[in-house]
Design a protein. Structure first.
Length: 37
């Protein structure tokens, strides 16, 4: 059971990192669009 829990935690962490990266990219892209008009 511990192994399954660890796998689930790793998947959740990976998803959280991907979500954070996509959010950062979206914000940077939005700022870039504002500055380039």
């Amino acid at each position: 059971m511990a192994l399954i829990k660890r796998c689930v935690m790793e998947i959740l962490i990976t998803l959280a990192i991907m979500a954070a990266l996509s959010l950062v990219i979206a914000v940077v892209y939005h700022i870039y669009e504002i500055f380039t008009g």
